[in-house]
Design a protein around this ligand. Structure first.
Ligand SMILES: [Zn+2]
Length: 295
């Protein structure tokens, strides 16, 4: 399988910060060991970012002029390296999307930065890779109608801000009811899952949500945010899925979408296990589920 990464573009972080920067390199190693081909995308042009985000926000990010409040909301210290990495992450989702159009499935070992909206960057999310990739597929006249299946434990408020009003996109977010963000921007379908919910409740809710979303979306393309943070050991997530449950989740989403013939681009989104190797296990299992469906 071909996958994309931006793991070599690191940025300075204070020690003991929650952002799992180590997971990206570890995941690359796992992919190489499994025989996958790992690609590095180019940096995305500024105009492609400005086509989706407020150009003033893009300018503040580019020049390091976020307000104190914006910087606090982002939760990552600004640096030129952070900006470059974020542009590479977006480019990986664009490349994986274009690849998925050809063979049915593509994966970026990053992205899923769903808290970035039109004029805000927050919750560790600088640019909204999925909204930007969709805008490129549309610019290529490859796709019109799209479905976003967001299974990160946090609600996809930035994606809802950007794509909720778009009549040709259906945004579905399944998330912990008591997780960030606490003030939400509504998706086309938001499913709140009670704290402590395990595999069975989650998978049942996901089944029902897909039953609702698929016919309404009538999608030609889908993005799947396979967040690792609904896992029971996650430090930020309040759900209690097992690794087996997360694997069943991935298979359910991929099989429902591919069963309808919809090409899917898979992105990682969050994951904050105490031991980063647990997050990497979950992400690697998602990649394995994608790879099995490409054979
Ligand atoms: Zn998350």
């Amino acid at each position: 399988m071909h996958v994309w990464t931006h793991d070599r573009w690191r940025f300075p972080l204070p020690e003991s910060h929650n952002f799992p920067i180590e997971k990206y390199g570890l995941l690359r190693e796992r992919m190489v060991a499994a025989g996958h081909e790992v690609h590095e995308a180019e940096s995305v042009p500024w105009q492609w970012l400005e086509a989706v985000h407020d150009p003033e926000l893009v300018r503040r990010i580019r020049t390091g002029n976020l307000s104190v409040r914006e910087a606090r909301g982002l939760g990552l210290p600004w640096s030129p390296e952070l900006v470059e990495r974020s542009r590479r992450s977006v480019a990986g989702t664009i490349a994986a999307s274009r690849f998925a159009l050809g063979v049915g499935l593509g994966m970026n070992l990053g992205g899923g930065t769903h808290h970035a909206g039109r004029s805000f960057a927050r919750g560790y999310c600088v640019f909204n890779d999925v909204a930007i990739a969709l805008s490129r597929l549309r610019a290529d006249a490859a796709v019109k109608r799209a479905l976003i299946v967001d299974c990160d434990v946090h609600q996809g408020d930035g994606t809802a801000d950007l794509l909720g009003p778009d009549p040709d996109t259906f945004t579905l977010s399944l998330h912990g009811a008591r997780n960030y963000p606490f003030q939400r921007i509504p998706s086309d379908l938001d499913v709140d899952i009670a704290s402590g919910s395990g595999d069975d409740r989650y998978l049942q809710a996901l089944h029902e949500a897909l039953d609702f979303a698929l016919p309404r979306a009538d999608a030609e393309f889908a993005f799947y945010l396979a967040g690792a943070d609904p896992w029971e050991g996650d430090r930020l997530g309040k759900l209690a899925l097992t690794k087996t449950g997360l694997r069943a989740r991935d298979e359910l989403v991929l099989d429902r979408l591919r069963g309808d013939g919809i090409p899917v681009c898979v992105v990682l989104a969050g994951g904050y296990a105490e031991d980063v190797r647990d997050t990497v296990d979950i992400n690697a299992a998602t990649a394995a589920a994608v790879a099995r469906r490409l054979c």
